[in-house]
Ligand binder design. Sequence first.
Ligand code: 6LW
Length: 525
Amino acid sequence: MTMAQTRAATAGAGGWTDDVFTNPVIAGLHPDPSVCRVGDEYYLACSSFEYYPAVPVFRSRDLVHWEQIGNVLDRPGQLDLPSTTPPSGGVYAPTLRHHDGRFWLIVTNVVAGGGTLICTATDPAGPWSDPVRVPGLAGIDPDLAWDEEGVCWCTYAGIEQVRIDPRTGRTLGRPRRLWSGAPGAQAPEAPHLYRVGGYWYLLIAEGGTERGHAVSVARATAPDGPYEPCPANPILTHRGTNRPIQNTGHGDLIEAADGSWWMVLLGVRPGGGTPGWHVLGRETFLTPVTWIDGWPVVGAVAPAMTAPPWTAHPVPAPPPRDDFDEDRLHPRWVSVRSRPAGSWSLTERPGWLTLHARGASLDDRDVVFVGRRQQHLSCRVRTMVDPAAGRGGLAVRLDERHHYEIEAGDGEVRVVARIGSVRSTVATRPVPAGPVRLRVEVLAAPPGDWHPGQEPDLLQFGIEQADAPFTVLAALDGRYLSTEVAGGFTGRVIGMYAAAGSVRFDWFDYEPREPENGRTLIEVD
Ligand code: 6LW
């Protein structure tokens, strides 16, 4: 990799210089992207698992710069994730389409009593309708496609298909097996169905969402087949390569306003030594598609790629600091499973976010937590916490069994690490009464220093005081907050929490950092 490519690989979300854009276009925990176009605007939705609100929705004018405009399931009644929802359960793999003047979103809620849900909206920023349930559908990764007669075909993992009435959720007829991808390949899933020219194309993922992930395609002259597999399958995979982006799969195709074709897909950026740990979850990437002999052809997905000729619509990045001065939270803020009224307030102390503990800690499924996805391999996260009436702080979380936090309360701050069944307080420090500034510095390992056992990143936890800009209390190996260690489908989320009483936060600041600066190690004090 050249230095420019290395920069691009680690730069974060959808930047661009001259004629090059950087992948991922939506960094951090944003997998299973599904995209549609209305005129010259693009809309994209992706998975959210146990986080609430669910199914983030983005808008773009160029497929490269994306702005989050809302969430599909963002009010109780639309979605109630019980505390029995396991990590990586919940809401995943949506399909977003525009048909008949409306946006349609179909998604699965993978919890007992969940199932397939369909929501509609005229404005993709919301409000979205209450979900219509599809009780007759027994598979994940549902897709919706309409034929010329207006018949709606729902295709899902397996790969199976059934006609449905998307307004009522009623299935019409019996599901039929369409195609299962390559013989012997695991997990045929993520189907999307498109009419292009004289054919119906069935795009699927196969090989599992780990390093073997791939995209394959088949075509037919009718939506229900029979399907003929593409002789060049898989049309995209990075398996067995040394490419910096891995696990590429779960794609969705889009024809741009200028007639060019593109694929959005998920991938990961593993770091450190062997076997490589990815810590940000599965992210959304963009890559061009051409058509040859009636088949889509997809090149390898690179950290820096030639931008679409019409790429010129940067989206203003949200300010790094959230001062909690507005009367609502930005849609990027997520909580774990739910955000019950009464557990949080922006008005109790104006200009502060107040969190009221519910007797649960970060080890529990109903912790009171408000956070955002970590989107950069290196970043600095700070918050000002007032623990006068409770105990809480700043956490980096993968799930209930994998998290690091710095917590203030009872006259001290402490750094706690939870890794699987091991839980340990690794540092404590007395602090004067009053608000405390907490900081987490995430330092990506520089690729040049590679050795087999190297950690993907290092997380420094500490406090900022008037006479000491950053006192590091603990530096912890990032591999234990990676998907390869914790398992599951998610990635890191960094945020504020209350473990006891009422804890108030004046501001929260998330600042991307250049990985090259990252290794300016500060000694643990
Ligand atoms: C999703 C499946 C997959 O349902 O992972 O990578 C699952 N693909 O299609 C969860 O995101």
